[in-house]
Structure formats: C-alpha cells, structure tokens
Design a protein around this ligand. Structure first.
Ligand SMILES: [Fe+2]
Length: 298
C-alpha cells in the first residue's frame, strides 16, 4: 500500500494513509513524509497504537532527538512515567493519579495553552514535534495549529518590511509570566535566560517565509518592552485568525507531527480535574540558529 497524503484544511495540514509507523519504515517513506511536512507543515497519522520505544524509533527516522536538561524540580515527577526521549504532556502525576491543580508542574503545563512554537526558548529551536494520543478525555483537549507561512504571506507590505530584520528574545519565563506564574527559582531563571530568534524565518527547502512567533517571545531588540509586547500581541492575533487555524480533534492512537519552524500551536481546555489525558511527545532537534540562518536564494 502506497503512502497517500490528503489535505485536511484549505491552507495546510495533511492526513497520511497507507503506512504503519509502529514498524521501521523505508527510505522512500521517510522522503514522502518529509516532502509532506514541507508542503503541509502538519501531518496526522490515524490508528497508530505506539509504545514509547516505537514513537522514539519513528521520530529518529527524521534526525536527532532534542535533548536538554530541564531543571529537575519542574518536570521530574511527570517525566518519571515515560520512557527515555519521551516528554509527558498528560495531566497525571508520577503515581498515575490526576496531578494537583496547585502543583507547579501543572502551572508549567498550563502555559502550553498559549500559542507557541516548541523550544523557541532554546538557542536552537526544535524542528518537528510528534504527539501521540494514548488516553483521551471525552470532551475538549483539541490541539490547534496556525500556519505561520500563510500569516506572513497575508501581512500588508509595510508590516512585512517592518518584521523582516527584527530579532526577538524568547524565554519560557515570558510565557509563564503571561499566565501569572512568576514564582520561579534561581535555577529556573538561570536555565531560561532569553535567547535571540529571528522574527522571520525562511524554510530551507521551499524558501517560504514564516513568522516565528510564540508566547515565549517577550522582547524585540532595540524596542521598549511595552512597544514590543504590543506589536507581538498584534502579530499573534493576526497570525491566528481562523482562516489560518486547524483545530485537531483527537481520536485514540492519533499521532500528529508538526513543523515548529512553520507553525504555532496551542492546547485547549478539557475537564482536567476529572478526566485523564495522556499524550506523549517526541521532539526532533533543530539544526540552525535562527539569527544565522542562511538566506534562501532571493
Ligand atoms: Fe507545544
């Protein structure tokens, strides 16, 4: 059976059929998926009953896993449930019960409900993220994606010229501050010092430009903080208007793979006090410092 990719949305997002990703896949399949990612930026695979090890193995077909040390007390409890290379995005604690609403690990997780691009607060931000739906609640918990290429294309010419040279500062501290979570330890503040990222990125294969936005962006070099925050808020509002957004309603054993260089995403609410959501992420390391990204021939 050949791999087939059909659009799920008018501007991006494809659904992949004809492949079982619980097993090793061949070079042709890897190339087809990479081409699909370049075109659609988000791919949905249905009915993939993955173990942690299988999810890691599938991810490694596309490059190296991202690996950073996170300050121990932030995620240690939650990560203890999953295998190596897998990040736990559930609402469960180490013992498998629903995490306390007052646990600071939960505060960190809640920040993912703001529009963001994974690891934009790292010096080299992530390339792809892959999220697998293992246990799903009966209501809510969609993941929404926004196409940052379409958003860039739709900017008026004046704004397009204005954003082109800008460099933003990203930190996990900015996005957590935005939801009122400001009680960070010295270790956490040290671990999440702001990093520089270009506001406009160019895709290395297609040459398409995209807005590299995230709730983690909290400053623009050369601008005052209030001016920068207001401009970033305006851009984010523009970039996440409904025509650029796909809302993924999870089915059991979906795997959704997205390109963090070309999209933003956010988690949506569910009954996190009474229902379990167990979703697990692998993350593919990026390969470029955005402020040094090679300009695509233009
Ligand atoms: Fe995320």
């Amino acid at each position: 059976m050949a791999i087939d990719i059909l659009p799920l949305h008018p501007v991006f997002v494809g659904e992949v059929s004809g492949i079982d990703i619980t097993r090793p896949i061949g070079r042709d399949a890897v190339a087809a998926i990479e081409a699909g990612m370049d075109r659609y930026a988000v791919l949905v695979f249905r009915d993939q009953d993955l173990t942690d090890a299988q999810q890691v193995a599938f991810t490694r077909h596309f490059g190296e896993l991202e690996s950073y040390k996170t300050p121990g007390h932030i995620r240690k409890n939650a990560d203890a449930r999953t295998g190596p290379g897998i990040a736990d995005f559930s609402n469960l604690d180490r013992g498998g019960g629903i995490i306390s609403a007052e646990d600071r690990v939960w505060f960190f997780k809640l920040g993912d409900r703001l529009w963001h691009s994974d690891s934009s607060f790292r010096p080299v931000p992530a390339k792809y993220s892959l999220l697998s739906g293992r246990v799903l609640p009966s209501w809510g918990a969609n993941t929404e994606f926004a196409d940052m290429r379409a958003a860039h294309d739709a900017l008026d010419e004046r704004t397009k010229a204005e954003v082109e040279p800008l460099v933003c500062l990203h930190s996990l501290i900015y996005s957590r501050e935005a939801i009122g979570f400001t009680e960070l330890s010295d270790d956490e503040i040290a671990a999440f010092q702001p990093v520089r990222q270009r506001l406009v990125r160019t895709h290395p294969v297609t040459g398409r430009k995209s807005l590299f936005l995230a709730a983690h962006a909290g400053a623009i070099e050369g601008w005052t903080i209030p001016e920068a925050r207001m401009f970033l808020r305006d851009l984010t509002e523009f970039a996440t208007q409904r025509e650029f957004v796909y809302s993924h309603q999870w089915r059991l054993n979906d795997l959704v793979m997205w390109d963090n260089r070309q999209t933003m995403h956010r988690a949506r609410r569910f009954d996190d006090r009474n229902e379990v959501r167990d979703v697990r992420r692998t993350t593919l390391a990026g390969d470029v410092v955005t402020i040094e990204q090679p300009e695509f021939a233009s």
